[in-house]
Design a protein around this ligand. Structure first.
Ligand code: UD1
Length: 419
């Protein structure tokens, strides 16, 4: 199993190209189920999760082609021959649940394995199911599978989400595109990835209003057609490398990175003493003087993203003063804390909050990754730690970060992948 070895202490300098967002690419691929024409996605990141979604679509009968040599374009199309998403694929990636809405909307039925809990918490899908039920689907659960059936098609409905769930908003927005009549999703999530999905659906002929707000109005159409859509830049990859630049005291240009999509991350980084300037088709990040503690609470967009909490914690662990990081989205997302403490950080967890007392330096250690963002936080810690850090279980990283060691090494980090 691969590991990543880092010898810390080198300031990063240079340029990193930001790829397309994983969390936009996965729902966009699921949208390929909504039409029998070709959906062509460009700026596709090369990630394990994208491969898993391609596998899932292929077993539904969709031909997944890569027409360009660089593999950054995906062309999806073909007739759906199978409406079942099996446990063996779904268990690898929770985003598989995003095929449920498109399948039932287009085919009148779907059987999808329930994703179950995962390392960062219970992560239920009840909001997805309630929304589809409101649109006329009959939902049954058996043997770990959810079956949704709407033989006469879905109909429009008004759905008020108790919480702006990203996944449920995506699933229901896609389903509503082919429903009979008008659907309103109130308290909808409005992450940049949802806006990206909405733009693609509109290019496919969907009628969606309120894009970018918390109230989406979707007038169903009889069918959608093909389109070509570039995937939006990954704001979490942008934020992660911004922290890499800041924590090492370097200066890095993040080509393609967007300040307007960083939301509260940019504000908290400014507060901590980091400069982010939009220029030359991207974002230049550098540390001003010392780093200072800053408090963070994870919230739905445009609040501070849960997917940046672990990385920001590493920044705070070497900042002057104390900071409090509160996790409101997932109940078990501090698994990086014991590993960071083994590297010399001073972090205490009290319920949903972590108190971080900044230390002058971290020291390298062998560490174990537990989930995607926790893994990358350990890489960041390794970049600033004295001595050698070895991050084990790198497969978590490969799910969501493309060529992380090459991108960092090109900016001067002493980092390598070892088999
Ligand atoms: C979440 C993040 C998203 C991130 C993704 C991957 C938020 C709001 N969402 O999206 O930014 O990219 O993880 O890490 O930050 N919930 C229910 N019932 C449901 C669906 C959700 O109770 O049917 C709860 C979840 O348990 C969780 C919260 O709502 O506490 C957020 O869920 P949701 O936004 O749906 O999660 P993801 O779509 O996985």
């Amino acid at each position: 199993m691969d590991k990543i070895r880092i010898r810390g202490g080198r300031p990063l300098s240079g340029e990193i190209i930001i790829g397309g967002a994983k969390n936009a690419g996965l729902p966009l691929m699921a949208a390929g189920l909504l039409t029998d024409e070709r959906l062509v996605l460009t700026n596709v990141p090369q990630l394990e999760d994208i491969k898993t979604m391609a596998l899932l679509l292929a077993q539904h009968g969709i031909a997944v082609d890569r027409p360009t040599n660089d593999g950054r374009t995906l062309s999806l199309g073909g007739a759906i021959g199978n409406t079942e998403a099996p446990y063996d694929i779904v268990r690898k990636m929770r985003a598989s649940i995003l095929v449920l809405g498109p399948l039932v909307a287009r085919m009148g039925q779907a059987r999808v394995s329930l994703p179950g809990g995962c390392a960062i918490g219970a992560r239920p899908v009840d909001l997805h199911l309630k929304g589809l039920e409101a649109m006329g689907a009959t939902i049954t659960l058996d043997a770990g599978y959810v079956t949704a059936s709407a033989p006469k098609g879905l109909h429009g409905a008004t759905i008020v989400q108790p919480f702006p769930s990203v996944g449920a908003t995506e699933n229901l927005m896609m389903a509503a595109c082919l429903a009979n009549g008008q659907t309103v999703i109130a308290n909808a999530a409005r992450e940049p990835e949802i806006i990206d999905l909405a733009h693609c659906l509109i290019a496919m002929g969907a009628r969606i209003q309120g894009v970018g707000t918390d109230r989406l109005t979707i007038d169903g159409v009889a069918s959608l057609h093909g389109a070509t859509h570039p995937i939006v830049a990954d704001r979490i990859e942008t934020g992660t490398y911004a922290i890499a630049a800041a924590i090492t005291g370097g200066s890095v240009h993040l080509r393609g990175g967007r300040l307007d999509h960083l939301g509260a991350v940019a504000a908290r980084m400014h507060e901590a003493g980091v400069d982010l300037i939009e220029q030359d088709g991207g974002l230049t990040v550098r540390r001003l003087n010392g780093l200072h503690g800053a408090d963070v609470m994870t919230e739905p967009y445009p609040g501070f993203p849960t997917d940046m909490q672990a990385q920001f914690m590493v920044l705070m662990s070497v900042a002057e003063g104390a900071s409090m990081l509160t996790e409101t989205i997932f109940e078990n997302r501090f698994m990086h804390v014991p590993e960071l403490n083994r590297m010399g950080a001073r972090i205490n967890v009290h319920g949903a909050s972590a108190i971080v007392r900044g230390v002058p330096s971290l020291s390298g250690a062998p560490v174990m990754a537990t989930d995607l963002r926790a893994s990358v936080s350990l890489v960041l810690a390794g970049l600033v730690a004295k001595g050698e850090t070895v991050v084990n279980r790198v497969y978590h990283l490969d799910r969501g970060y493309e060529a992380v060691e090459q991108k960092l090494a090109a900016c001067g980090a002493d980092i390598e992948r070892v088999s």
